[in-house]
Design a protein around this ligand. Structure first.
Ligand SMILES: Cc1cc2nc3c(=O)[nH]c(=O)nc-3n(C[C@H](O)[C@H](O)[C@H](O)COP(=O)(O)O)c2cc1C
Length: 202
């Protein structure tokens, strides 16, 4: 049995999000294929997450300095660290993803929970994670673009996996939903099918 954390970073709301629709097709197929897995869904838009201010960082650091890793304040980080598989649904915004997801990553990036600084200056990942999957959709078509420029979400999340000790990273990227002349409904139908097929072996 695996613990799966499904992180919904679809900032426009899951009710209208095409990215969420693809992720939902993935999760439904995953559930059917892995009935014994424990799946937790986290809707970031409902959590009231805010970016760190100096004052809050002082509070956080003081809590960590007195060994407060078990405090409720760090529950998102502990949940992330305990997951065997992490699925992130996030639309493609401005070369990456909504700030909502960045704020979440900052909240789970906690020394002593998701990573640990080593005496030699390197970071050691503390997460159980076997793998992470990013499900995204974009208005444009980046199929033939240089992903070192246009795929910064991929390189960033790969780096986060390396830092936190999550072993593998995969992504499903649906392109071209906002290109005039394209048929977004048909593209989405294909994407959902592909996501459901991918779920069977993931
Ligand atoms: C704030 C914002 C920024 C976006 N930036 C890009 C972009 O840089 N490139 C692109 O191709 N599409 C961009 N889009 C379009 C979305 O990627 C596209 O509509 C996507 O399918 C939206 O997913 P959703 O329905 O899950 O919200 C952007 C949309 C928004 C709202």
């Amino acid at each position: 049995m695996s613990k799966v954390l499904f992180v919904d970073a679809c900032a426009r709301g899951w009710e209208v999000s095409r990215t969420y629709a693809v992720a939902e097709a993935f999760m439904n197929a995953y559930r059917a294929q892995h009935p014994r897995d424990e799946i937790e869904e986290l809707t970031l838009a409902g959590l009231g997450l805010t970016y760190f201010t100096g004052k809050e960082l002082e509070y956080r650091d003081a809590l960590l300095a007195r060994g407060g890793q078990a405090d409720d304040y760090f529950k998102l980080a502990r949940q992330f660290a305990a997951a065997d598989k992490i699925v992130i649904a996030a639309p493609y915004w401005d070369l990456s993803f909504p700030a909502l997801l960045k704020v979440y990553i900052e909240r789970v990036s906690v020394s002593g929970i998701t990573f640990s600084p080593e005496p030699d200056g390197r970071l050691r990942g503390l997460c159980r994670g076997e793998k992470m999957l990013l499900i995204t959709t974009s208005g444009g078509d980046f199929t033939h673009e240089d992903l070192s420029l246009y795929g910064t979400a991929l390189s960033y999340l790969r780096g986060i996996c390396a830092m936190f000790g999550v072993d593998g990273f995969d992504y499903l990227w649906t392109h071209g939903l906002d290109i005039v002349g394209n048929d977004p409904e048909a593209i989405l139908r294909g994407a959902k099918k592909q996501a459901a097929a991918f779920a069977e072996s993931w």
